[in-house]
Design a protein around this ligand. Structure first.
Ligand code: RAM
Length: 360
């Protein structure tokens, strides 16, 4: 749409002036003809599924948190896929899962650097929106993966699995382990995390079904995807609710810390724990009887799918509209669903019977 020189000056202008001024001067707003709204997305452009896959692109991964082993694995998947596609990978991001302003700064820096696309796991659904819209106005494709923003702030969201299925199945797993009885708590990540909050809404809805009438959610605690805070929050839950029967922790950092606390306490094997964890983190707790079962998707495949989606967008094979399909290498073909969501597939439940088959 813009010449490289104009794009460069627009990005430079955005860096030194107010975003609104830069947007006006660069005329970056595209009309969404179907809705008659101003949008940063180029939704009037048609996808060409047969367009050649572009090479030599730079795709940046911006996870919620860089020192979280889950994102290390996910982003490595993205790196490998980009290598296979002949493009370049880079990763940048905050150390803490509650540093939303840090994430905003990283988005702005990537915009100034004029990457071709970015894959972002958002700490908050709205906080990154102004920065991401500015990126899209500069021709950068925006993929959210793992944790979404509001839909208008990105081109597509690469989701680990259906959010509804993830929320409901975690309650089912705990229900079975508890004989459908007792007080339960949730140990989540950051209070603003889009992915955890969406799953928790479905958990609450699942708990309304008759089979859960004797299970009561007494509290949702937040460990902020920090090992120490998550450990302390688990300890706090058991002090506050001495009759607590079970915990769901829909975060790899949270479930590991909760397992560590339970394993060293009198509650080991008595208070049930499930949620979302990596097999590598949880293996010892499954083997020592602290945890019976939990679930997750393959994070490397999630990262790889995000990379493929970014390159397909930049190549013009997809625009983010419902019904468009694209190929993602060994992962197969994917179709974009409602609100630009692409689902990776069904998660795996890990127990002592299968955990040794999984090495991530
Ligand atoms: C943590 C993060 C991530 C989530 C996983 C399950 O690593 O919160 O966003 O998807 O857990």
């Amino acid at each position: 749409m813009f010449s490289p020189a104009l794009r460069r000056s627009c990005a430079a202008l955005a860096a030194v002036t107010s975003l609104a001024l830069a947007a006006t001067a660069c005329g970056g707003t595209t009309k969404n003809s179907s809705k008659g709204e101003d949008t940063a997305k180029t939704s009037d452009v048609k996808a060409d599924p047969n367009a050649a896959t572009k090479k030599g692109l730079t795709v940046a991964f911006l996870p919620k948190q860089v020192n979280n082993p889950y994102f290390t694995v996910a982003d490595k998947g993205g790196e490998q896929a980009l290598k296979d596609l002949g493009s370049t990978y880079k990763e940048t991001g905050p150390n803490s899962a509650t540093d939303t302003s840090g994430q905003v700064s990283y988005v702005n820096t990537l915009t100034q650097q004029q990457v071709d696309a970015m894959a972002v796991s958002a700490q908050d659904p709205g906080a990154l929106c102004t920065a991401l819209k500015q990126a899209m106005k500069n021709g950068i494709k925006v993929v959210t993966y793992d944790s979404d923003t509001n839909p208008e702030c990105r081109d597509v969201f690469v989701s680990q699995a259906s959010a509804e299925a993830l929320g409901r199945t975690q309650v089912e797993l705990l229900g079975k382990q508890l004989g459908y009885k007792g007080e339960i708590a949730i140990l989540s990540a950051a209070q603003t995390a889009t992915n955890q909050n969406t799953w928790i809404e479905f958990m609450k809805d699942e708990l309304k079904k008759p089979q859960y009438k004797d299970m009561k959610l007494v509290k949702t605690a937040y460990g902020n995807d920090d090992a120490q805070q998550s450990f302390q929050q688990t300890q706090g839950l058991l002090q506050e609710f001495p009759k607590l029967a079970g915990i769901i922790s829909p975060t790899t950092v949270g479930i590991k810390a909760a397992a560590q606390y339970l394993a060293g306490s009198k509650y080991k094997g008595k208070v049930k724990l499930t949620g979302l964890g990596t097999p590598n983190d949880m293996r010892q707790y499954v083997k020592n009887g602290t945890v019976e079962g939990f679930e997750l998707w393959d994070p490397a495949k999630l990262g790889a799918l995000a990379a493929h989606a970014a390159v397909a967008l930049k190549s013009g094979q997809i625009t983010g509209a419902k019904g468009e399909t694209f190929k993602a290498g060994d992962l197969g073909s994917f179709t974009i669903g409602d609100k630009g969501v692409i689902d990776l597939g069904a998660p795996t439940v890990f127990t002592k019977d299968n955990i040794d088959q999984f090495k991530f």
